[in-house]
Design a binder for this molecule. Structure first.
Ligand code: F6P
Length: 351
């Protein structure tokens, strides 16, 4: 289809451009897509395979030739692109990780890197690219869209921190993994009458920490969105618990707030209660996806293909009020999201 609007000699700063909104373009003037690429980018998330599978199978059913790009934008840039047939996604639905592999590409944060990626799309005659990933990946997709290459974004990150959507693929699995680990830590904390300080993922977002904290009955939950007072919100809660006969304690800290090691040391020094840190780390990104993640990923993958079929490019697939929908990529990336006060208040009522 070849819609690249610029070359090396006339490329403006991509930041100054706006991706075309196909809802405002006469559909008869837009050529239908024939070849569609799909990639996963950024941190992997359980359910990404289910999303790729749905994109590939629904794409083939819609009559598209499907291509997989390995290692995210890095692979696009290097031309690591191969055809995918219906069978190539067999036995992937239940597997964690992403069989297309993923990467965080620095090159793709530069305008020349994006242009080279667009050139690869042209060279492989990819009429549209489905990008499965988080905010950083969406920015890469938006840059391609801004210079004329049609894209669709599917939200895949355990952090649930993409503003345009209520839900991101991988979130449920990672929370369940964290919950199961914390239940195990509770057993040993209780046997030893200790405080267990657990660091969960979420650099800028406390979604995992807050929900997992509620689900595991944590004494304190520290998240980046809510300023806290260490004496009041951690030490006082533990000491009050001890005064009523409590023998073990769970403190959950989102990685964006601080380190489990430091917090455990401070608690032990101030209270005399033996405290042990655990960093759940990348454990939370692995494992077979839950039903929620497989089902949502599958429906989002189908929606991505529907957008391409309807010549509605440059869309982000979202969940809104529990339903799968889509939104313009520029609009979606301008939105902000924060944890609702309700959830924070409810967590406080239990803490
Ligand atoms: O993908 C999101 C995430 O898991 C964050 O929660 C975490 O901060 C980050 O990725 C870790 O990234 P890396 O895999 O590069 O260590």
């Amino acid at each position: 289809m070849g819609r690249l609007l610029y070359d090396e000699s006339n490329l403006p700063e991509i930041n100054t451009l706006v991706a075309p909104n196909y809802d405002n373009i006469d559909k008869d003037s837009v050529e239908p897509a024939k070849r569609v690429g799909v990639l996963t980018s950024g941190g992997d998330a359980p359910g990404m395979n289910a999303a790729i599978r749905a994109v590939v199978r629904a794409g083939i059913n819609a009559g598209f030739e499907m291509y997989g790009v390995t290692r995210g934008f890095h692979g696009l840039w290097k031309g690591e692109i191969k055809p995918l047939d219906g069978r190539s996604v067999s036995e992937t639905l239940q597997r964690g990780g992403t069989f297309l592999m993923t990467a965080r590409s620095k090159t793709f944060t530069t305008d020349q890197g994006v242009l080279k990626g667009a050139r690869m799309m042209e060279a492989y005659e990819l009429d549209a690219l489905v990008v499965i990933g988080g905010d950083g990946s969406y920015k890469g997709a938006r840059a391609l869209a801004r210079i004329g290459m049609p894209v669709i974004g599917i939200p895949g990150t355990i952090d649930n921190d993409i503003a345009s959507t209520e839900y991101t693929i991988g979130y449920d699995t990672s929370m369940n993994t964290a919950m199961q680990c914390i239940d195990k830590l509770r057993d040993t904390a209780s046997s030893h009458e200790r405080c267990s300080v657990i660091e969960v993922m979420g650099r800028h977002a406390g979604w995992i920490a807050l929900n997992v904290g509620i689900a595991t009955g944590a004494e304190s939950i520290l998240i980046p969105e809510v300023p806290y007072d260490f004496n009041r919100d951690v030490l006082r809660v533990i000491l009050d618990g001890r005064n009523t006969g409590k023998k073990h304690y769970i403190v959950i800290v989102a990685e964006g707030v601080g380190h489990a090691d430091d917090i455990a040391k401070q608690i032990e020094e101030a209270t005399g209660i033996e405290s042990r840190p655990t960093i759940l780390g990348h454990l939370q990104r692995g494992g077979s996806p839950t039903l929620r993640d497989r089902a949502t990923a599958s429906l989002m993958g189908i929606r991505a293909i529907d957008c391409i079929k309807d010549k509605r490019f440059n869309r982000l697939i979202i969940e809104k009020n529990g339903k799968i929908d889509d939104i313009d990529i520029e609009e979606g990336l301008n939105m902000t999201k924060t944890i609702t006060q309700d959830l924070i208040d409810n967590a406080k009522r239990l803490g």
